[in-house]
Design a protein around this ligand. Structure first.
Ligand code: AMP
Length: 249
């Protein structure tokens, strides 16, 4: 079985994001970019499934600019076997990403596609679900445990107030949540080895997908600043403030 893992190049999670002065988006110039953290978890899970003898090949794919090659090389250094870059300078919406992935699935025939549950730049949380709908495959989203059995996969999902376990018939879509695993670091020898692994470059038009945007971003704003707190002298003052000023008791 092959496993396909889509990985997105996003602003590194440690970077303090700045909104552009004209409010059209966020500043990307000279900003550190990395693999979306949930996608690292997805790559790790695919590698563990392969190492357990339940898959033969892990293929990573990224839709993005030429620099997304670095993200793919990181995944190859972690242990993925092969990469596909679908090169575009456009900011591609989840539906178009899902259509591209559907075409790659048709070419590669994976038994499992493991995505991140969401990209931390747009917080869409849509691509895995849309891909499952387009392929008419079962989906297990927000996975905190993935267990493969004969022709099926049990996915434990993090839901409000607890866990739900669903059984999916393969082929299937899984999206990775934070607690699924702890991704490995790539070792130096593996980083060197990754440079020689196959990375094919394609374009959205190779898959017949139009990446024109359907959604227009009207405005991007900084979150409002938190007001400074006040120190109270004693409990009586706290109670008085909660009652008279905040009106919460
Ligand atoms: P989203 O629906 O945008 O929150 O993204 C959910 C998941 O879809 C991500 O964690 C990735 O696994 C995948 N994905 C989204 N955008 C891309 C992209 N441009 N290239 C590759 N994978 C992507």
């Amino acid at each position: 079985m092959k496993i396909l893992v889509p990985v997105k190049r996003v602003i590194d999670y440690n970077v303090k994001v700045r909104v552009k002065s004209d409010n059209t988006g966020v500043e990307l110039a000279n900003v550190k970019m990395s693999m979306n953290p949930f996608d690292e978890i997805a790559v790790e899970e695919a590698l563990r499934i392969k190492e357990a003898g339940n898959a033969e090949e892990v293929i990573v794919v990224s839709v993005g600019p030429a620099q997304a090659q670095e993200t793919l090389r990181t995944a190859l250094a972690m242990g993925a076997d092969r990469a596909i870059l679908v090169k575009t300078e456009d900011a591609v919406e989840p539906l178009a990403i899902a259509k591209i992935l559907k075409a790659i699935v048709a070419e590669e025939n994976p038994g499992l596609v493991i995505l991140g549950k969401q990209a931390i730049d747009n917080d869409c949380n849509q691509t895995g679900q849309m891909l499952a709908a387009l392929l008419e495959w079962p989906q297990g989203t927000f996975a905190s445990e993935v267990v493969l059995a004969d022709g099926t996969v049990n996915v434990t999902r993090e839901i409000d107030g607890g866990l739900e376990t669903v059984k999916l018939t393969l082929p299937a879509i899984v999206t990775a949540d934070l607690r699924l695993n702890e991704p490995r670091y790539a070792s130096l020898p593996n980083i060197m080895k990754a440079k020689r692994k196959t990375l094919d470059t394609k374009e959205p038009s190779d898959y017949g997908v139009d990446t024109a945007r359907r959604v227009t971003t009207l405005k991007v704003e900084e979150p409002s600043k938190r007001e400074a707190g006040v120190m109270v002298e004693n409990v009586a003052e706290l109670v008085a403030k909660l009652r008279d000023e905040a009106g919460v008791i």
